[in-house]
Write a protein that binds this ligand. Structure first.
Ligand code: P53
Length: 476
């Protein structure tokens, strides 16, 4: 008897813009991901105002999954995948976002892709907006700063639900909706909400407003989806990085609690259909003026999610600084080093026990089914002379996390639907745009500047993961 359910959804996860390429094919419009240049660990990606001549945009070609998906799905099937998480590129369906009718060619692409998965018994798990939206919605409407975008998103969601109602059961609305709490540093406001800040903006207030509109859009989508097919399982997607207190000093404990509140209130709204009072109090104290109507309140309460999808890569640590009177957490200032864990080459803390902690925390707080839809190690892979990749480090990372996941299920009673590690085939990194930050079981011959044959090959971890799936997680 294995610890995990017999229909446990083993598989892998990707996102449209990070692998499809074909950025102007099939009537596709320009997405926010198409205006992000390549960067690296030290150099951030640039968001350009349209396409800049001479700049390199890695998502334009991705790994050419748009043309090679059959070959790739066959490799997933060979590993024994039960599920494959991807997203639908909004711009393939509504190239500018504000059209009234969808682009048939875009819908057809996903019909073919999902059919290809189903042919092998692989369940497609679909995110509606995974870090992208039509760029036109940014330039013409200001992204999710604008209430109007709720309507565009729900139209897109409805079209997808209707079209794929017999092919897709598991959905998620917005990928890592809570990553935008880091509004001072990095791309999250742009990738998650299509926001470009101007001088003098109150970034935090804008973040709360945009996130509110997204939460309303998500709830509406959940409601519409359930009307279209009552069997749908529609989840939220939370980037789960638990935040530990640096010491047992009471102020550190409270600080960590406040940090968790701020980073995870999104899940409260998705799951409970209402905001925690702590967030409302916070807005009051800060003098934030959030457009939040009575109708929004009703919508939120009617669009509660069926499960929590989560990514887990790392944990954080925070401490309280004596001048922080109200225990306000700022992700850009209040994180400190954790001396007890190691780090990846990109500085992400490696903490398998943190995954068990995260699963317990979510279960205690929300008592809902969980689905780990991302986990993994971004690492440099060096193909050997015969072309194979010996990625023992990746195997070790994943094995340690799966071990903790099993303990969470067996010892703690966590209700877990599945586990789809991130980037099951090498793809473009979201944060850096690099090809070299690899997660895959399948190696793709392409470099950071877009050179390479795009040829696929099986890494050592490919065979290892195949056996993990075969034994339902018993042999790690
Ligand atoms: P990359 C930050 C923290 C945790 C997860 O990330 C994150 C991010 C943003 O990069 O993103 C998720 O490619 C995201 C994927 C992404 C993956 O993690 O930066 O859902 O799109 O590729 C890994 O190494």
């Amino acid at each position: 008897m294995s610890v995990l359910k017999k229909d446990f959804l083993w598989g892998g996860a990707v996102a449209a813009h990070q692998l499809e390429g074909g950025w102007t094919e099939g009537g596709k419009g320009v997405s926010t991901a198409d205006v992000m240049t390549v960067g690296n660990y030290r150099t951030p990606r640039r968001v350009t105002n349209g396409i800049e001549a001479g700049a390199y945009y890695p998502n334009h070609e991705g790994i050419d999954f748009y043309h090679k998906y059959k070959e790739d799905v066959a490799l997933f099937a060979e590993m024994g995948f039960k599920a494959f998480r991807t997203s639908i590129a909004w711009t393939r369906i509504f190239p500018n976002g504000d059209e009234l009718t969808p682009n048939e060619e875009g819908l057809q692409f996903y019909d073919q892709l999902f059919d290809e998965c189903l042919k092998y018994g692989i369940e497609p798990v679909v995110t509606l907006s995974h870090f992208e939206m039509p760029f036109n919605l940014v330039t013409q409407y200001g992204g999710f700063k604008n209430r109007k975008v709720i309507e565009f998103f729900t139209r897109f969601a409805k079209v997808c639900f209707e079209r794929f109602k017999n092919k897709v059961k598991y959905w998620m609305t917005f990928n890592e909706i809570n990553n935008q709490t880091n509004y001072e540093n990095g791309h999250a406001p742009f990738t998650n909400s299509g926001i470009i800040y101007s001088e003098g903006d109150n970034r935090e207030e804008i973040m709360y407003q945009a996130a509110h509109y997204e939460l309303v859009a998500s709830a509406l989508a959940v409601k519409i989806g359930h009307e279209i097919n009552s069997e749908f399982e529609i989840g939220c997607m939370i980037a789960m990085c638990p935040i530990y207190p640096k010491t047992c000093k009471p102020e550190d404990i409270l600080m960590a609690h406040k940090a968790m509140e701020k980073r995870y209130y999104f899940a409260d709204v998705h799951v409970h259909g209402s905001y925690p009072t702590s967030i409302i109090k916070y807005w009051e104290r800060k003098g934030f003026n959030i457009d939040f109507t009575e109708e929004d309140r009703n919508i939120l309460s009617e669009g509660k999610v069926d499960y929590i999808g989560l990514s887990y890569y790392m944990s954080f640590v925070t401490e309280h600084k004596s001048d922080n009177l109200y225990f306000e957490y700022n992700e850009n200032k209040d994180l400190v080093n954790n001396e007890f864990v190691s780090k990846s080459d990109w500085g992400w803390q490696i903490d398998p026990v943190g995954m068990r902690y995260a699963l317990n925390w979510l279960t205690d707080k929300y008592r809902l089914k969980l689905f780990i839809v991302e986990n993994g190690l971004g690492a440099y892979d060096k193909p050997l002379e015969d072309g194979t990749v010996d990625d023992e480090y990746r195997i070790r990372y994943l094995a340690k996390h799966i071990e903790q996941m099993k303990l969470a299920v067996e010892e703690d009673g966590v209700d877990l639907i599945g586990y789809t590690p991130w980037g099951c085939i090498d793809l473009i990194s979201a944060s850096t745009g690099e090809m070299d930050k690899r997660y895959g079981f399948i190696y793709v011959d392409r470099d950071n500047s877009g050179n390479g044959s795009l040829e696929r090959s099986r890494k050592k971890s490919f065979y290892w993961f195949k056996n993990v799936i075969r034994t339902n997680g018993e042999e790690l």
